[in-house]
Design a binder for this molecule. Structure first.
Ligand code: SF4
Length: 409
């Protein structure tokens, strides 16, 4: 009798634009979530026009993957006629699901496009099985659980409802109740719940006594100042078996505003970790996962509220973004002649680079020469140029190139 493969949750990756969508698929996402040009909570991400959504739908379907569209803003009364038109325009695209939060939006979609699968966003703050059951009765197929929950609470919710459960495993956290925050709207006029957060929680704050304008008293947590509202980035790479055991159906990576390199590496690491779950006897390359997650731009990592015994791992001791590597280019063609790379950050002949390919393939190499596509030698590869270089192996279009940052930079 064969051994049944364990259930593996869906790996859901973010894509702020079509290039990032292709990258997420190349590096192993089962499903990708994107924003349209309206109502999607990431006003600053590239976002997808209707034709781009149609192309994205074709690409994901060809690969046997899923495409979800975020419609998770909380709307003002005057938005509804525009939303109704948008839902009509979206309907023929037949996307796999919409990610929603506002009950008014849910109601409108159910009236205009009743067959559409709906997933509830983390903005809706679902933190118990009764709430999950309520949403299920109102047409929701999947709920993204509030990031405030502990692992044991997630287990309890799983035991009390039978709709699909999704949980964030990686990325930025809000210093607010799963994204509900008025700080940005109050300080800058840019509303977080309409996709335009200016991230004032990450700013540096000082104390001012009102009769002494211009005299700022530092509030010092450390030599870099005070970041009293700042949060760590979530990283649950070491806890996937626990989440799967708790009955999570989908693991979600945060970051539609993040770079193509970030999407590639984080998706690749979680794909690899999930694939290793299929074989309990496997040696899990935990050090490689951790190392890779340090190469992308992030704030100090923590486990959020998942383990109460560890205390809420939310507030970091320092605030800066850190990363160990720079993204330098994308392999765009490798079919016969010299491989062609689209340059993102300049690099020089003789620099040590690494090819980043799916399955945690990382191949260091040093291009002795950089050429134009026509074969002329270059002294530097400039951003946006397409250049020819020799690779140590047969890389595939969509693989990335990176360079280690000098220590201390
Ligand atoms: S200001 Fe900070 S806590 Fe508030 S929504 Fe923006 S990122 Fe989240």
């Amino acid at each position: 009798m064969g051994t049944e493969a364990p259930f593996l949750p869906e790996l859901l990756a973010p894509a702020g634009d079509p290039e990032k969508l292709a990258t997420a698929l190349h590096f192993g996402a089962d499903a990708v979530y994107v924003g349209g040009e309206k109502f999607g909570l990431r006003a600053m991400a590239g976002n997808f026009s209707l034709p781009q959504l149609a192309a994205a739908r074709r690409l994901t379907r060809e690969r046997g993957k899923k495409l979800y569209l975020t419609l998770n803003a909380y709307l003002a009364p005057e938005d509804f006629s525009d939303l109704a038109n948008y839902i009509e325009e979206l309907r023929p695209l037949n996307l796999d699901a919409y990610i929603v939060s506002d009950p008014g939006v849910i109601d409108l979609i159910r009236r205009i496009d009743p067959q559409r699968t709906l997933h509830l966003s983390t903005q809706a703050n679902t933190t118990n099985a009764a709430a999950a059951g309520f949403w299920q009765k109102n047409g929701i197929r999947r709920v993204n659980l509030g990031r405030e929950l502990t692992l044991s609470q997630i287990r309890t919710i799983r035991g009390g409802c039978d709709l699909e459960l999704e949980a964030f495993v990686h990325g930025a956290l809000c210093m607010a109740y799963s994204g509900r925050c008025l700080l940005s709207a109050a300080l800058t006029g840019r509303s977080a719940n309409r996709g335009a957060c200016a991230h004032p929680c990450r700013w540096r704050y000082a104390l001012l006594e009102e009769t002494r304008p211009g005299e700022y008293f530092p509030i010092a947590e450390d030599e870099t100042g005070a970041y009293i509202l700042n949060s760590r980035d979530l990283c649950l790479i070491d806890y996937l078996p626990a989440l799967v055991g708790a009955g999570i159906d989908c693991l979600k990576i945060e970051g539609r505003m993040k770079s193509r390199y970030y999407v590639a590496v984080v998706t690749d690491v979680y794909r690899n970790a999930l694939d290793h779950l299929q074989d309990a006897r496997d040696q899990h390359p935990r050090c490689a996962w951790r190392h890779e997650l340090e190469t992308v731009s992030h704030r100090p990592y923590g486990t959020g509220f998942l383990f109460p015994e560890a205390g809420g791992q939310i507030h970091p001791y320092f605030s800066s973004y850190i990363r160990s590597h720079d993204f330098v280019g994308v392999l765009v063609e490798n079919s016969g002649g010299s491989p062609l790379v689209q340059v993102r950050n300049r690099f020089f002949p003789g620099e040590k680079l690494e090819l980043v390919a799916p399955g945690l393939e990382r191949l260091p190499f040093t291009p002795a020469e950089i050429r134009t596509a026509e074969g002329d030698s270059l002294v530097v590869a400039q951003p946006n140029a397409v250049v020819a270089i020799d690779l140590p192996i047969q890389g595939k279009p969509g693989d990335l190139l990176r360079r280690k940052k000098p220590t201390g930079s």
